[in-house]
Design a protein around this ligand. Sequence first.
Ligand code: FEO
Length: 171
Amino acid sequence: MLSKKMQEALNAQINAEYHSSYLYLSMAAHCQAINLEGFASWLRIQADEEMIHAMKIYDFVLERGGRVVLTAIEAPATEWESPLAIFEATYAHEQYITGRINKLVDLAIAESDHATNAFLQWFVNEQVEEESNADAVLQRLNLIADAPGGLFMLNEQLGQRPAITPASPAE
Ligand code: FEO
């Protein structure tokens, strides 16, 4: 059984993951509008991943006999100055999410909630990958410094990210 505090914190994280999805989808829409379709595709897949994260927590709360409470999702930004600005924001956002996950782990430990702590370790590891993926694109953007040729190539590469199925939560 989840404590009331843990349940509220997990529900807040469901909201944060959906907000992440909304943010990346907004970035994808922006990239589509400026004809960076590879960037748009990469970000749209990232938005799908965030929904999977949300649903993993949703399912865990239910499995523990808790109550899922969905709340309003904060509207994301809709415009960015450049692809570099998008990935600076993405990297910063993932660092913010890592901080949130760490706080959830802190709470699980403080409550001796070993099951939630064990569950959250998947997210601890996932955040290493999430930060690394965002940083990898950011570093490449820094290298090419918006040179049209480099941007074109990166756009092609990002367009090759394989799609995932949001309805089928991954391990
Ligand atoms: Fe759900 Fe990108 O962390």
